[in-house]
Ligand binder design. Structure first.
Ligand code: B16
Ligand code: MG
Length: 217
């Protein structure tokens, strides 16, 4: 592995709960309920596709200007929530594992669908841990298209076969596969069936690395 590409939401930080609160608020305004189970369908999915799914669930029709307005309103609420985040919300082992890889001369990147990536990295104070950040502003095609990961690899001049993607969403695992990269699933094996390996969180990988180092010493 020459380059480790990390998805952001669900791998480095759990912002899904804030997306959920903001989408739920929008659904309530539209007169229907939006559950945590429904929210699972939005993980790793772009903002506008998320809105489409939400409106399908509520059986609400809206024209394009109304959709744009709803997406903007939801994002305003979401930004209010994430603006209050701090370093305590980095997922267990995540920053330490990224630092560990960097100490082994592995390059590191973020490959996220979120257009709020810069704000999140700033709040968590971890922007300096990544050689490049590719987010929703830089790509035209959402995961499972591999564009976000391929762009990261190209920017750092690394061949896809030397890249490993760390992802919590099925669409992200498929994107890594289609980009010719290794795929580590973060979450449940039943959901992330196409990953090379699945672990509950980056903490397990950090622990394994520490054990490997101790054995080698
Ligand atoms: P925004 P990831 C994704 O981030 C989230 O998982 C998904 O729920 C969200 O809709 C998407 O970002 C867009 O986010 O509205 O902030 O641009 O998992 O690719 O890091
Ligand atoms: Mg994710």
């Amino acid at each position: 592995m020459e380059l480790a590409i990390f998805d952001l939401d669900g791998v480095i930080v759990d912002t899904a709960k804030y997306h959920y609160l903001a989408w739920k608020r929008l659904a309530r305004e539209q007169g229907f309920d939006f559950t945590e189970t429904d929210n699972e369908r939005l993980k790793g999915v772009s903002r506008m596709r998320s809105l489409e799914i939400l409106l399908e669930i509520g059986d609400v029709s809206a024209d394009e200007p109304a959709r744009q307005e709803m997406a903007t309103r939801k994002n305003t609420w979401y930004v209010e929530y994430i603006s209050r985040m701090d370093t305590s919300e980095i997922l267990p082992g995540a920053a330490e594992y990224v630092r560990h890889l960097r100490s082994k001369d592995v390059k590191t990147a973020i490959g996220s669908a979120s257009r709020n990536t810069p704000l999140i990295l700033e709040r968590l104070q971890i922007a300096s841990l990544f050689d490049v950040v590719i987010d929703g502003h830089r790509v035209e095609r959402a995961k499972p298209d591999p564009e976000v990961f391929v762009l990261g690899a190209q920017t750092l001049n690394v061949l896809p076969e030397h890249c490993v993607v760390f992802e919590d969403a099925e669409a992200g695992i498929e994107a890594a596969r289609r980009g010719g990269m290794g795929a580590v699933g973060i979450g449940r094996p039943a959901v992330l069936k196409d990953a090379d390996v699945v672990v509950p969180s980056l903490l397990e990988l950090l622990t394994l690395s520490v054990v490997d180092q101790a054995i080698a010493a």
